[in-house]
Structure formats: C-alpha cells, structure tokens
Unconditional design. Sequence first.
Length: 81
Amino acid sequence: MRVSKWGNSLAIRLPSAIVKALELKEGDSIEVRLAGDRTFEVGRDQLRQRALENLRKLRRPLPPGLVFDREEATSDEGCRL
C-alpha cells in the first residue's frame, strides 16, 4: 500500500483482499488501531455495536400493569399504573 495526499490528510487504499475479508462497502466505518511499534490493524468500526450492547445491559422489565398511551404520556398526566 502507498500513502497518498488527500486534501490536508494522508490516505491509504485498502487492498481488495481486506475489503472482501471485512465485507466492506462504500460508506462503512472502520477502525485503525496500532498493533505494535510500526504496525496497525484494520477492522470494522464496532462503536455502534458496543453502544447497542451497553443499552441492552440497561434494559429493565416494565412494571406489571403499566398502560402506555402516547397521547397521555405527552400530556401533563403522564403514564399510569
């Protein structure tokens, strides 16, 4: 791979073998991490997946008998049990 100038930044092109292995398409996000003193790793961006996993850990069951009505929830009364 060769480093090229792209605007005010530097860029590299990913070889097709890496694109195929990671099943990348245009617009996908990737992470580039240092793997050693002079080496790096390229992988799919896992930020969204990690955020979803963290949200799932926060999931709690709703109280029994909860009645949710969107119009009521946006009024001054709110939800009722």
